[in-house]
Design a binder for this molecule. Structure first.
Ligand code: HEM
Length: 504
């Protein structure tokens, strides 16, 4: 009752909760998407909930996305909210442990390394890694199968995590890192990763063994990168490498200063962390959905046959430019990221009082709320991406929506235009990168992801290499998402049945 009686009406409505400090942690933690839709029904696009002592104001829909992702970085701070979890993992002087202008320069350095020229070299490397993985003594071992009619099974997430680290290290991280991926080193990565959990996000000072392990792992990995950089300096022959270390070693800040060794090492760790769970999650969801939909699997396979199967029955490696021109593959990844964006909530800390329209989904006379300094604001592309107001059959995985000009993706955008009373030119076939786009798996605005093209290249090559070799099916349906990890992952059981493809 007190929550209703003493509500400050100039501020967004607060979601009802029984326990003062805990607030809505259970409902949000269990299923944030359901929680947000329920809250929207009661309170509209803008509301505040209590999350373990913090006041979090959510702004939903494309309007909410625009409000937060398009907000001024001096007011909506990413570093204030993320640095306590990322700095011990990445290290000093990079990403959120430096002024935002420096991060912008660092992102430019990385973009420079993610060049078309490098991408061209990566396709063959990724294909080779995946084929090698399928041959090796791992869970996913098709070439040693004697009986081609026998179905095997593999855990989608475990397999994709391994494939992702192998392919990312072979390409972006560099040959020294790739050659270092042994069982022992996997434990070090896993210790570092152990610092990237919702618990570590919410609390900074728990007596957890995982902090000690995380810090030791950071030191070990950082020292390893620094030793690679030094060896390369002493041995300049390696400079033709297409990897990110080589690229960063040649970059300079605007003031003319080259990157220090520890900055390069820490950027490399940040990239490893940024790409690992996001890509392995998307890869596993993609394979799970493909396995669940034989018609889509067939279409993907036919697309491959049409372009890359040679008269003698062997496969040709794709050119980077060709990958970008495969509509079925593209729509499979795009649709997977719509339903399963790895990051469901994007947060910023509010540094000044700000005003927000009470209704964001359409122009309205409803007035404004004040969001006080100190609140956390949250946007959720994961909600606008499955919003039934915007998408037909919103929660259905249907890649064809992206390739049909009269289809539901086009209609979603049209409805959004109509609802906003203004023409927003998304352009068919293009996904708007605007901060007001309903589709934001890679975020938007100043903090937008720079790994999108690499992720499409990596995922596209992995998926097609698998599809060329095996048929897949699911024993049970596509699993539910697990929201209890920082990145949304498929729950167990997530096994895919597979067997070697049989050719006439
Ligand atoms: C930022 C998603 C892969 C590097 C982001 C953001 C999202 C995202 C949502 C915005 C975060 C925010 O605004 O707070 C994804 C997804 C991926 C992926 C879905 C794969 C499917 C990668 C890869 C790399 C990478 C492979 C590196 C090669 C980054 C960087 C940022 C970023 C450097 C910028 C952070 C900032 O400016 O604050 N990503 N990412 N990401 N991502 Fe990715």
């Amino acid at each position: 009752l007190s929550q209703l009686l003493f509500r400050d009406k100039s501020q967004p409505p607060v979601v009802f909760h029984f326990m003062p400090w805990v607030g809505s942690a259970a409902a949000y933690g269990q299923d944030p998407i359901k929680f947000f839709f329920d809250c929207r029904q009661k309170h509209g696009d803008v509301f505040t909930f209590v999350l373990l002592g913090r006041r979090v104001t959510v702004a939903l829909g494309p309007g909410g996305n625009n409000f937060i992702m398009g907000g001024k970085h001096t007011v909506f701070s990413a570093e204030d909210i993320y640095t306590h979890i990322t700095t011990p993992i990445f290290g000093k002087d990079v990403v959120y442990d430096c002024p935002n202008e420096v991060l912008m320069e660092q992102k430019k350095f990385v973009k420079f390394g993610l060049s078309t020229d490098n991408f061209r070299a990566y396709v063959g490397m990724i294909e080779e890694e995946v084929l090698g993985y399928m041959k090796s003594d791992s869970r996913f071992r098709i070439f040693q199968m004697n009986d081609i009619n026998e179905w095997g099974s593999f855990d989608a997430l475990k397999t994709m995590s391994e494939v992702t680290i192998l392919t990312a290290s072979r390409t972006l991280q560099g040959i020294e890192v790739r050659n270092h991926i042994t069982k022992d080193y996997a434990q070090v990565y896993s210790d570092l990763d152990g610092g990237f959990t919702p618990l570590h996000f919410m609390f900074t000072n728990l007596p957890l063994e995982s902090y000690r392990k995380r810090d030791a792992a950071h030191k070990k990995i950082s020292d390893f990168y620094i030793s690679i950089i030094r060896q390369r300096r002493e041995n300049p022959g390696q400079e033709e490498e297409h990897d990110m270390i080589a690229s960063l070693m040649n970059q300079k800040y605007r003031n003319g200063r080259a990157l220090k060794d520890h900055e390069i090492a820490h950027i490399m760790i940040a990239l490893l962390m940024a790409g690992q769970h996001t890509s392995s999650s998307t890869g596993s969801w993609s394979l799970l959905h493909i396995a669940d939909r034989p018609d889509v699997a067939d279409a993907l396979f036919e697309e491959q046959v049409k372009h890359f199967r040679q008269p003698d029955g062997t496969w040709r490696t794709m050119e980077y430019e060709e990958i970008k021109d495969l509509p079925i593959l593209d729509s499979v990844i795009r649709e997977t990221l719509r339903i399963h964006p790895p990051i469901h909530s994007i947060m910023r800390a509010v540094r000044e009082d700000i005003v927000v329209p009470r209704t964001l989904s359409a122009p309205s006379e409803d007035g404004q709320y004040i969001i006080p300094k100190g609140h956390v604001v949250m946007s959720s592309g994961a909600v606008s991406q499955v919003d039934p107001i915007l998408w037909k059959n919103a929660t259905e995985w249907d890649p064809s929506r992206w390739s049909d000009p009269e289809g539901v993706a086009a209609q979603a955008y049209k409805q959004y235009d109509d609802a906003n009373g203004a023409k927003v030119d998304f352009g068919f076939g293009l996904v708007s990168k605007g901060t007001d786009s309903p589709y934001q798996p890679f975020g938007a605005g100043r903090h937008r992801c720079i790994g999108e093209q690499f992720a499409y290249l990596q995922l596209g090559t992995v998926i097609t290499t698998v599809i060329r070799q095996v048929e897949m099916k699911l024993a049970s349906g596509v699993p539910d998402p697990n929201y209890q990890t920082m990145i949304t992952l498929p729950k167990k059981p997530r096994d895919i049945l597979y067997r070697r493809r049989q050719f006439d």
